[in-house]
Ligand binder design. Structure first.
Ligand code: FAD
Ligand code: NAI
Length: 466
């Protein structure tokens, strides 16, 4: 029987990163993966394919609508969807191969099959009707998450799709109805809208992107509406009639009232994700779950059973790849006797649309609710020189700082490249920095990041270019 220091179940960003870090620390490591390819949701049907399609569709949109005004005259671009899907697949393949390489480089055994925990120190791996038992000192559960479903609405991944189906449609839907104005709805809605679909988003709440700063979400909604998105807020889809050539969705006000029928060629259901623990044998092994079906862990990622840990989407916290990765590193270090740690106050979130939305730390709503006195500094991209010359002036930077200490508590950006720009705020916040620190840091000119410096200056009411 093979024996290991650590067996990681699942090779998403949480699992494979954990395995690499553990191998770096001298452990003998194996990963177990039930999918044909490594990399989990993120690499196969999540972050990476969606970003490939966002990039390609943005280029299509730019070629059709922005080149001419810059004096670049091209004939109207034609969509070759199979080629675009091939571009996406090449990206997936490249990244998946990258993870395989990392496993080899770090001498990590890859065990293909479904992992089941038989108790402390024992994992069974089954594939093709055969199973093998392996012994290990430690187990990390990194089995990720699955799509959340709507009662009574069957996802066939052809006409009624989850994000997985929406990443592989074989033609552009005339009308795309999206259920849920969260990250997936707005990112994949952008892809198909740019490629020609009419997009309607039905959202249960009275706002889009719950959890993001309200002012940013409001402006983002206006920008998306200008692009052509239609929103039905405070509404829910209760049924989809699939009997005809066109789908007929029943949409009801969330608070109750008269239903209406919306027609669509494709319905995308993206109302969140749920932890994935199927077939892991957690109940029999005595591993406790919390009320929402997530594996329960303590501050050191330890489950209720000795020697079994859990990280990533399958535990509490934001379902983000970088959160899973950081937890993977931390738990490997803890198992090695070091002081692994994740600072949950500084985990950035990015929506990769055009413009992008990024955020780290507290929102204005959260500060109000916690009764924290704060100051706000804002700076619009309309006043940023680089954005002006590029004619990409949508959005603004917003910095929230403690009114007494000036410590930065939250940064929220809407604008092109916001996903790259957020990281100086992350570093600043990791070091407990103030708006004054940021305002006195020299920023290269002309960059969009100067808007971050100006927003920091605006906290002290001394922005220069406004
Ligand atoms: P996963 O990536 O879900 O990996 C879990 C792995 O475990 C899977 O490979 C699964 O096959 C395997 N597994 C499960 N059970 C078993 C078992 N019993 N035995 C063996 N193997 C098993 N996050 C971002 O930060 N940025 C983004 O841009 C982003 N975009 C996204 C876009 C989409 C469309 C979706 C759906 C998600 C996106 N996410 C994004 C979220 C991100 O994909 C997840 O947060 C991340 O993948 C979680 O990593 P994980 O390692 O916890 O689990
Ligand atoms: P989400 O939680 O971001 O959004 C779901 C939305 O659906 C919410 O606005 C919610 O109010 C709404 N909703 C719930 N039930 C509804 C109903 N019955 N009718 C109408 N609306 C309803 O979830 P989403 O977009 O499915 O994404 C899942 C996860 O994947 C997220 O947690 C996110 O973190 C991750 N992800 C991250 C990305 C990124 O970081 N760029 C990109 C895509 C996904």
């Amino acid at each position: 029987m093979a024996t290991y220091d650590l067996v990681v179940i699942g090779t998403g960003p949480g699992g494979y990163v954990c395995a690499v870090r553990a191998a770096q620390l001298g452990m003998k490591v194996a990963v177990v993966e039930k999918n044909a390819t490594l990399g989990g949701t993120c690499l196969n049907v999540g972050c990476m394919p969606s970003k490939a399609l966002l990039h390609a569709s943005e280029m299509f949109e730019e070629a059709g609508h922005s080149f001419a005004k810059m004096g670049v005259s091209v004939s109207a671009p034609k969509l070759d969807l199979p080629a675009m899907m091939n571009f996406k697949q090449q990206g997936i393949d490249g990244n998946v191969k990258g993870v395989e390489f990392l496993m080899k480089k770090n001498k990590i055994d890859v065990l293909k099959g479904t992992g089941k925990i038989l108790g402390t120190g024992k994992v069974e791996v089954s594939a093709d009707g055969k199973s093998q038992a392996i012994e290990t000192k430690n187990i990390v559960i990194a089995t990720g998450s699955d799509i959340a479903r709507l009662k009574g609405i069957d996802i066939d991944e052809k006409r009624i799709v989850s994000s997985t189906g929406a990443l592989s449609l074989d033609k552009v839907p005339g009308k795309l109805l999206i259920v849920g104005a969260g990250v997936i709805g707005l990112e994949l809605g952008s892809v198909w809208h740019r490629l020609g679909a009419e997009v309607v988003v039905v959202e249960f709440l009275d706002r889009i992107l719950p959890g993001m700063d309200g002012e940013i979400a409001k402006q983002f909604q206006r920008i998306l509406e200008k692009q052509g998105f239609a929103f039905k807020l405070g509404a829910k889809v209760t049924a989809v009639d699939t009997s005809g050539k066109t789908l007929k969705a029943t949409v009801e006000p969330a608070a109750g009232g008269n239903a209406e029928t919306l027609e669509a060629d494709v319905v995308l259901v993206c109302i969140g994700r749920v932890p994935y623990t199927e077939g892991l044998g957690l109940k029999e092994a005595g591993v406790a779950l919390d009320a929402r079906g997530r594996v329960q862990i303590d501050a050191h990622f330890a489950t209720s059973v000795k020697g079994i840990y859990a990280i990533g989407d399958v535990v509490a916290g934001p379902m983000l790849a970088h959160k899973a990765e950081d937890e993977g590193v931390a738990v490997a270090e803890i198992i090695a006797g070091q002081a692994g740690h994740v600072n949950y106050d500084v985990i950035p979130g990015v929506v990769y649309t055009t413009p992008e939305v990024s955020s780290v730390g507290k929102t204005e709503e959260e500060l109000k609710q916690a009764g924290v006195a704060y100051t706000v500094g804002k700076f619009p991209f309309t006043a940023n020189g680089r954005s002006k010359v590029n004619q990409t002036t949508d959005g603004f930077v917003k910095i929230l700082a403690d009114a007494k200490t000036d410590r930065v508590l939250g940064v929220h950006i809407i604008g092109r490249e916001a996903g790259e720009m957020i990281h100086e705020a992350c570093v600043l916040m990791e070091f407990g920095g103030s708006a004054e620190d940021l305002a006195r840091t020299c920023h290269a000119h002309p960059t969009r990041s100067e808007a971050v410096k100006e927003a920091a200056l605006a906290v002290g009411k001394r922005a220069i270019h406004m």
